[in-house]
Design a binder for this molecule. Structure first.
Ligand SMILES: [Zn+2]
Length: 120
């Protein structure tokens, strides 16, 4: 199977409970999350591209980027961890027309922290 990944930037603030960060209260702060969405399947023999690539940008922008950008993650998931953001993005996209071709979602929170959520 071939896959293609596309990255999207979403700026969010979030607030985590103290027990999630080694007992240290994380407070409210923000990240410029880079969300990588991977879709896969068989190539269209006529045009040589993955069919799921066709509407990927439009669907992710409408489903994830526009609703979340500039918002507080806690209004969408609790606890508002990057891991939960990955799960949320995956489940939201799974319900769209790219759902059958959705392979996984990677959340890049910082330069060091990345979270991957893949279908089983
Ligand atoms: Zn954070």
């Amino acid at each position: 199977m071939l896959t293609v990944a596309r990255a999207f930037k979403v700026s969010l603030v979030h607030e985590l409970a103290a027990d999630l960060i080694n007992g240290v209260f994380a407070g409210q702060h923000g990240h410029d999350f880079v969300i990588e969405v991977t879709v896969g399947g068989a190539l269209d023999s006529k045009n040589g591209v993955l069919p799921a690539r066709k509407n990927l940008t439009e669907i992710v922008n409408a489903t994830i980027v526009r609703p979340l950008d500039g918002q507080k993650l806690n209004d969408f998931v609790e606890p508002a961890s990057a891991e939960r953001l990955g799960e949320y993005v995956f489940n939201q996209l799974k319900a769209t027309e790219i759902g059958p071709e959705l392979i996984g979602v990677q959340i890049n929170e910082t330069r060091k922290n990345r979270y991957q959520f893949f279908k089983r």
